[in-house]
Design a protein around this ligand. Structure first.
Ligand SMILES: *[C@@H]1O[C@H](CO)[C@@H](O)[C@H](O)[C@H]1NC(C)=O
Length: 156
């Protein structure tokens, strides 16, 4: 067999052995203004919010994390969104991985960088999480004029 064919077969073999994972595997909502009637916890009263680790870097700048990088993992999601609002609103974002059928990727680490006009934000895992193959992440911020975030999800 030629060297080229060996290489092609090798690449195909390793590609088909990889779980299918792209940033498009993430489902996410717009940065959505909510009221006490429409916020996630009102619509889903039975769901337990698991707070992510929270580090405040400066006013309006917070990093939420869960889990840790592990050897052999890789970035499977990098997603960015931002919005400014005409007046201060309570906002929420819901993200869900994977968007569709299981990708077979076990999640090792989740990092969400948030920047907003308000002082505080919340970052929660509402379903699944580290060590599992799916996760749902809720971000919240009250009375803010802007909300920007970037999400990284790692797994193997
Ligand atoms: C936003 O307001 C709601 C309702 O008062 C409260 O439950 C929630 O903890 C607040 N979120 C943040 C991040 O302060």
């Amino acid at each position: 067999m030629s060297l080229v064919l060996c290489l092609v077969l090798g690449i195909l073999a390793s590609a088909s052995g990889q779980p299918n994972a792209r940033a498009s595997d993430l489902y996410y909502t717009d940065i959505t203004p909510v009221t006490d009637e429409t916020r996630y916890t009102t619509l889903n009263p039975d769901i337990q919010l698991n707070e992510m680790n929270k580090v405040k870097h400066s006013k309006g700048n917070i990093v939420f994390t869960a889990g840790e990088r592990a050897s052999g993992d890789r970035m499977i999601v990098n997603h960015f969104d931002g919005d400014s609002l005409t007046s201060a609103k309570d906002v929420e974002v819901l993200m869900s991985y994977p968007a569709g059928a299981s990708t077979g990727v076990t999640l090792t680490s989740i990092e969400v960088y948030v920047d907003m006009m308000a002082d505080d934000a919340g970052g929660y895992l509402t379903k699944g999480g580290i060590g599992q193959t799916h996760v749902e992440i809720l971000l919240t911020s009250n009375l803010t004029r802007s909300f920007v975030y970037e999400t990284f999800i790692y797994g193997y």
